[in-house]
Design a protein around this ligand. Structure first.
Ligand code: FMN
Length: 375
């Protein structure tokens, strides 16, 4: 029955909702989606979205002491101010990475923030970390009932405030630490993600060089946080540079890696002439798929289960998610597919994952993690 609902929803989304949504500028469409989500939550209407939910015990895992009902989550950036957790859970996602949030309120870059590239299954993103600031976001998270987080872990992505005053290393590190300290004091999230790889901000990505990353993570170690920490990795580093960052991270109290962020290199587009040089922003979706899967594969080959890996980049189908899991990711997250395919895609991917487990003779999703390395 739910499968039929998902099929009807898919064609409804593709034939009705998407053409209407895509007629709007993506900045407006995103704002509209957030407003609709808040309105639905105010009237407790999100339960209706359960029709898309797909549950199967073979997808359940316990990771870092937390229960995940399936491996598919929302990656950072779609829900910067934590408006979507009730909806994300009801449509069947297994977890959410909210934010990125910053110590100060942050207006972000001048608009436009988004540009769709449907032929490339990609979005050009130039938001520059707009968000309400960590203090307000903590209040919002705390307003949700505790039962929301049962089987639905929340990770809070923390970045440095994007403003011209915050570009020196010491100020930037203080900014990250201020957010993490506040989150820890509030005790409102079981996981943290440190976003070191947001392109298009003042000062660029200072902590994607080994020495400076070491400084940042030393300061984070000193906070003695009680929750597992992930680092959101850049995707544009060549393997030798990426490996140097991993070697630094390995020396610190970091439990996991999210691989990875937006793609800067526009040659990843099939048609690289699609974007004028003066259009600012970086690429999500399909151009990130192979790149991130390759980095996950190499990272897992070197570090096995030293790090829990969240695989992110161009996941649109069960096959895309499975490819990252077999390469070594324990969890997978997405943004662009939710915008391009509609909310029923979550159930479709989870159902497809179970079929892929059957095909390969795995009892559960944990058995599939890293299986590409076994033969
Ligand atoms: C609209 C949008 C906003 C994003 N904002 C953030 C952000 O604030 N922090 C972050 O770590 N990543 C951000 N990202 C990157 C995503 O989390 C993800 O790494 C990237 O889009 C690749 O995944 P996808 O192909 O499923 O979209 C953003 C992506 C999109 C599309």
């Amino acid at each position: 029955m739910k499968r039929v609902v998902r099929q009807v929803s898919r064609s409804g989304y593709q034939k009705l909702a998407k053409p209407l949504l895509f007629r709007q500028h993506p900045d407006k469409a995103h704002e509209g989606m957030i407003k609709a989500a808040r309105a639905l939550h105010r009237v407790r209407g999100e339960n209706i979205l359960r029709v898309w939910n797909y549950r199967n015990s073979r997808l359940e895992q316990e990771i870092l002491g937390l229960k995940f009902k399936n491996p598919l989550g929302m990656s950072a950036g779609l829900d910067k101010n934590f408006d979507l957790p009730p909806i994300a859970k009801r449509i069947g996602l297994g977890f959410e990475i909210g934010g990125s949030t910053t110590a100060q309120v942050c207006a972000g870059n001048p608009r436009p923030w988004f540009r769709r590239l449907p032929s490339e299954k990609s979005i050009v993103v130039n938001v520059g970390l707009a968000n309400n600031g960590v203090a307000r976001n903590i209040q919002r998270i705390k307003r949700y009932p505790r039962r929301l987080w049962r089987d639905f872990p929340l990770s809070v992505s923390v970045a440095k405030t994007n403003n011209p005053e915050n570009v020196s290393d010491s100020e930037a590190i203080a900014d990250y630490c201020q957010s993490l300290r506040q989150l820890e004091a509030a005790g409102c999230a079981p996981l943290y993600e440190i976003n070191i790889s947001c392109p298009n901000t003042y000062g660029g990505e200072p902590f994607t060089t080994p020495a400076r990353l070491d400084k940042l993570l030393t300061a984070v170690d000193d906070l003695r946080l009680t929750r597992p920490i992930f680092v959101k990795m850049p995707t544009d580093k060549k393997w030798p540079e990426f490996m140097k960052l991993l070697a630094v991270i390995d020396r610190h109290e970091i439990a996991g890696l999210t691989i990875g962020n937006l793609v800067k290199d526009r040659s990843a587009l099939r048609n690289s002439k699609l974007l004028d040089n003066e259009i600012r922003g970086n690429l999500s979706g399909q151009p990130a798929r192979e790149l991130t899967t390759g980095l996950i594969f190499k990272t897992y080959a070197k570090y096995r289960d030293r790090f829990v890996i969240i695989g992110v980049g161009g996941v649109f189908t069960a096959e895309d998610a499975y490819e990252k899991i077999c390469a070594g990711a324990s969890l997978v997250a997405m943004v662009t597919a939710l915008m391009f395919e509609g909310p029923q895609v979550v159930g479709e991917i989870n159902e497809g994952l179970v079929k892929l487990l059957d095909r390969d003779g795995f009892q559960n999703i944990t058995e599939a993690i890293g299986s590409a390395h076994r033969g």
